[in-house]
Design a protein. Structure first.
Length: 145
C-alpha cells in the first residue's frame, strides 16, 4: 500500500433520496468504486465487488460505496442499480470527488479510512475480487505490535 494521503475534507456522496452520505465513521474502511454506464471494465467487476461487500461488510468495519459517474441523481440511480442487478444503493458525486482525485478515469477505486486515502487504483474488470480481497483484509487486520 502507498503511504496514506490525508484528505483536506471528508469525502461525501448523495444517495438516491438526495441525502448526504459522509465517509466519517471512525475506523470504518470504505472502498469507493467510481464507475460509469458503458464502461466494460466497470460492468465486468460489479458482481465481484458485490461479492466482496457481501463477505466483508458483515464485519461492521467495511463498506463498499458505489458511485455512478456522469451526473445521475435521484430515481435515476435506482434505475441503474436495478438494471445491473445491484443489491446496494448507488450514489452520486455532487462534490466532484473523482475529479478532485486527479485525471478522471473509470473505473477508479479509493480505499479510505479516517480521512486518509490508503490506496488509489485506476482500472479494473474481471479479477476485482482477487485483487481487492487481500488488500481489504490486510487493512482490516489488527496492527502488529
Amino acid at each position: 500500500m502507498i503511504a496514506p494521503l490525508l484528505l483536506a475534507t471528508t469525502m461525501s456522496f448523495a444517495d438516491p433520496a438526495g441525502a448526504k452520505v459522509t465517509l466519517d465513521e471512525p475506523g470504518m474502511l470504505y472502498l469507493v468504486d467510481f464507475w460509469a454506464e458503458g464502461c466494460k471494465g466497470c460492468i465486468e467487476e460489479m458482481p465481484e465487488l458485490e461479492r466482496l461487500a457481501r463477505e466483508l461488510e458483515r464485519t461492521g468495519r467495511f463498506c463498499l460505496i458505489s458511485v455512478l459517474w456522469g451526473g445521475w441523481r435521484g430515481a435515476e440511480l435506482n434505475k441503474f442499480a436495478e438494471r445491473y442487478g445491484m443489491g446496494r444503493p448507488l450514489h452520486s458525486d455532487p462534490d466532484g470527488w473523482l475529479e478532485k482525485l486527479g485525471k478522471p478515469a473509470l473505473p477508479t477505486k479509493v480505499l479510505v479510512r479516517d480521512g486518509e486515502i490508503l490506496k488509489h487504483h485506476v482500472g479494473g474488470g474481471a479479477g476485482a475480487y482477487r485483487y481487492w480481497k487481500p488488500i481489504v483484509e490486510k487493512a482490516l487486520a489488527p496492527a502488529s505490535p
